[in-house]
Design a protein around this ligand. Structure first.
Ligand code: UT7
Length: 331
């Protein structure tokens, strides 16, 4: 068994920003409602940000993570891209990122687990490393959520942003025996698939000329139901990874959770009995970027010195599927 360590992190956010004031001009909403109900003040959006696509954002974040890990693209063995907004339905965005990076003939795959996608990717990468199959795996959470957002639906449009976060998961040396990914937990429950989904445009119900402008091609969410399940399952997943690793909540240096709603994060903080000063929040500036939210927050926290070598971190996420998961790791 090898140790799987996080050897580098990176992120990319589009330059263009939409503020709550911008949304007051688009739908019937207010800065006050958005801030009190979600904690969001602004979000980065790809459209109008220089013709970039999801694979470009992922490539940019990956380059930063590779430099941080002091690795060349050709050192990678596998590339996992967690996304629900791939550039194309075929091929996988991972193939485009591989080519952009010049990473050679690595294994390439996209992983669809919505907002929990990065935690899923981290867990798969860990399994590749621990088993001895690979030495360096790139995991990117990247979303172009604004491409599937209905800007006529105030229930959802104010929530989402675009971006990418990347980590390199590597085989540790004997010096890393105290660090690395300590435990992960993944779960899902398909009975709730309709609470957060895109009804139209897949192979089951393809878009036709008649439905080309139907709002069913965008994200639908029953926010209230998702909220309740999110708090319950994120707390459960967190408790499971802590128990598996034999770590108590007081030993967590920082919880870096999925940034979907400040109130979800606050409820989770209470349930875990963690001091709020040990919980990282950046939702105010990014909104919900789905699979990109945890790795963006992790990279930001590292570069700000909020977490550092030796920090014990709990990351937990929840999203469409429904899917959820948690990871406990030490830098
Ligand atoms: O990342 C994947 C997982 N996603 C989540 O975890 C998100 C979970 N859900 C949430 O974060 C929250 O449910 C939302 C932020 C989406 C909504 O907050 P809420 O407190 O659950 O509001 P609600 O849906 O119960 O709506 C309350 C009221 C409604 O009006 P009525 O029916 O009480 O008259 C909505 O129409 O707020 C209204 N509303 C708005 N008002 C102003 C909904 N969106 C808006 C808006 N501006 N943007």
């Amino acid at each position: 068994m090898h140790t799987a360590i996080i050897s580098g992190t990176g992120r990319y956010s589009p330059e263009k920003v939409l503020t709550n004031a911008d949304f007051e001009r688009i739908v019937d909403t207010s800065d006050e409602w958005i801030v009190t109900r979600t904690g969001i003040r602004e979000r980065h959006v790809l459209n109008g940000s220089g013709g970039f696509s999801g694979s470009d954002m992922a490539t940019s974040a990956a380059r930063v993570a590779l430099a941080d890990a002091k690795l060349a693209p050709t050192d990678l063995d596998a590339i996992i891209i967690a996304t629900v907004t791939p550039d194309y339905r075929l091929p996988a965005t991972a193939t485009i990122v591989q080519h952009n990076l010049g990473a050679g003939k690595t294994a390439v795959m996209d992983l669809v687990a919505a907002c929990a996608g990065f935690i899923y990717g981290l867990s798969v990468a860990r399994a590749f490393i621990v088993s001895g199959m690979y030495r360096n795996v790139l995991v990117v959470g990247v979303e172009h959520l604004t491409s599937i957002t209905n800007y006529a639906d105030r229930n959802t449009c104010v929530l989402f942003g675009d971006g990418a976060g990347a980590v390199i998961v590597s085989r540790g040396t004997s010096e890393d025996s105290e660090s690395g990914i300590l435990s992960t937990f993944l779960a899902g429950d398909g009975q709730y698939k309709d609470l957060l989904h895109i009804p139209l445009g897949g192979s089951k119900v393809p878009l036709t000329p008649e439905t080309a402008n139907d709002p069913g091609r965008f994200i639908y969410m029953d926010g209230r139901e998702v909220f309740k399940l999110a708090v319950k399952e994120m707390a459960d997943a967190s408790e499971r990874v802590l128990a598996e690793a034999g770590v108590s909540p007081e030993q967590i240096d920082m919880v870096i959770p999925h940034q979907a709603n400040s109130r979800i994060i606050e409820a989770l903080t209470k349930r875990l009995r963690v001091d709020p000063s040990h919980v990282y929040k950046n939702i105010e500036r990014y909104g919900n970027t789905s699979s990109a939210s945890v790795p963006i927050a992790l990279d930001e926290a590292r570069r700000a010195g909020v977490v550092r070598k030796g920090s014990t971190i709990l990351s937990v996420a929840f999203g469409g599927g429904l899917t959820w998961g948690a990871a406990l790791y030490r830098l």
